[in-house]
Design a protein around this ligand. Structure first.
Ligand SMILES: C[S@@+](CC[C@H](N)C(=O)[O-])C[C@H]1O[C@@H](n2cnc3c(N)ncnc32)[C@H](O)[C@@H]1O
Length: 207
């Protein structure tokens, strides 16, 4: 891993083990991704969404509302929109420059149902239970907030392009109990070379 990737890995470990540290980590993370946003799509592996797509293929019902958390330049949001032509998709990212790139590459015919905005995944500006599918690729999973915004019976997909070699990566044996503690059920991992993905279903909220 290069220095930026090592920084992303250390930040991921710190943010998932000690989420209260996130306010200190947020600015350096945003600055790093702002800086690399203009080059993000150059030289990217064609296999970057292999595990993510394999995870989507396990979801039987077409989601009406989809959230892509840590969307970067929007590849996950656009892939979801292509798979489910009726879905409304919202992509959030901490980095304004990533969002600018995502908006610029969204084809005009998708702009009425694929939208991008800045937001922090730790505190998303959306209502409880408002998405049938919450998706992320190579992004830090903040389990409590993911559970808050996913509709009962809705799905979470968290994919990691290079599995354990991905800089932003959380091992399944850490992620699973964290998701279960926050109300996800049927949490499972799949491998699709070169990546891995976790799929989970939001259990019913306890009144
Ligand atoms: C490794 S990139 C992945 C981007 C995209 N999902 C992809 O697969 O190409 C991680 C992205 O998550 C964003 N990010 C990191 N922490 C975030 C947070 N707390 N809230 C929103 N976005 C965040 C970064 O700005 C960056 O664009």
């Amino acid at each position: 891993m290069n220095a930026l990737e090592r920084f992303a890995r250390v930040t991921t470990v710190a943010a998932t083990r000690m989420p209260w540290l996130w306010p200190l980590l947020r600015s350096p993370m945003r600055l790093m991704f702002d800086r690399i946003a203009p080059q993000w799509d150059t030289n990217r592996s064609p296999a970057r969404l292999t595990a993510f797509e394999a995870a989507l293929a396990t979801i039987a019902d077409a989601p009406a509302r989809v959230l892509d958390v840590g969307t970067g330049t929007g590849d996950v949001a656009l892939a979801v929109a292509a798979r489910w032509p009726e879905a409304e998709v919202l992509g959030f990212d901490l980095s304004q420059r990533m969002i600018d790139e995502a908006r610029a590459k969204t084809p005009p015919e998708l702009r009425d149902r694929v939208r991008f905005d800045t937001a922090d995944a730790r505190h998303l500006p959306v209502e409880d239970a408002s998405f049938d599918l919450v998706a992320m690729n190579n992004m830090i999973p903040f389990a409590a907030e993911l559970a808050r915004v996913t509709a009962d019976g809705g799905h979470l997909v968290a994919a990691f392009t290079r599995g354990a070699g991905t800089p932003i990566y959380v091992p399944f044996d850490r992620l699973r109990p964290d998701l279960e503690r926050h109300g996800f059920e049927d949490v499972r991992e799949l491998a699709a070379d070169p990546g891995t993905a976790v799929v989970a279903r939001r259990g019913p909220r306890v009144p």
